[in-house]
Write a protein that binds this ligand. Sequence first.
Ligand SMILES: NCc1[nH]cc(CCC(=O)O)c1CC(=O)O
Length: 304
Amino acid sequence: MAINFRLGTRGSPLALTQAAMVRDALCAAHGWAAETVALVVIRTTGDRVQDRPLAEIGGKALWTKELDRALLEEEIDAAVHSMKDVETIRPAAIRIAAMLPRADVRDRLIGADTVAALPAGAVVGTSSPRRRAQLLRLRPDLSVVTFRGNVDTRLAKLAAGEAQATLLAAAGLDRLGRDGVGRPIATDDMLPAPAQGAVGIEVRHADHRAALIVAAIDDPATSACVAAERALLAHLGADCHSPVAALAALSGAMLTLRAELIAEDGSAWVEGSGEGTDGALVAAELAADLLARAPAVVRQLFQP
Ligand SMILES: NCc1[nH]cc(CCC(=O)O)c1CC(=O)O
């Protein structure tokens, strides 16, 4: 059967599951047979190097650089991403064209019922500067150690006793069929990463056919919220390794954006919110407000 569309994806179990969700949505929207959408697995630097903190191996673009290349060289028609891992600033020739309906945005704690219930001095594994900062803000006595690898690797490290607890996104656990694993933390207690729980699809700017094809599966509310969260990052000069949490919600035409910036040792922070009908404006104003009120140790982490 002829191929209608080529979807590029990373090769991790979560990435493959998300790519299959996009394939299924495209097939349902266009009446295509599943075999007419090819899943093209692209290996990324971030997948190859599992043993060092991300910041050490170059930080930015680890997950998307190879997918960007494949997209720009027309090996694929679209790339599927966890929006949380997509750099704030994208190449000019690539655009985010659609997002699937957002899943559970919360983090789940695995290894204890609540952060407060962790024993004094407990070791918690995470490689996310945001989670590290939020944990230490709540519990300065905790010892946070680097925990990398895909979801299964992290759960295996936990089972092997490398840490007493870890935090993972509910969305990833649920998509991997691990819906019973861990306890969700309310967003009031731990605000998630910008774009957490959202799967996005990118196409080449010039490829109008691909843009039309994927527009059919866009969830506009998810796209509006994630765009506002990403605009906040852009105004802060932040990326997915910055200790920033942000979450937008839509009520009718009104968008509410909440955010916090935290020093990585959890000792200082600033939080705030804004609302309006223009998400880009809400994000710009909230970023300026947060930077103006941020303690110096927090402000210096950002280069707007
Ligand atoms: N940085 C890794 C990553 N990127 C997206 C998800 C989960 C899925 C999502 O947030 O949509 C995860 C794993 C995690 O944070 O637990």
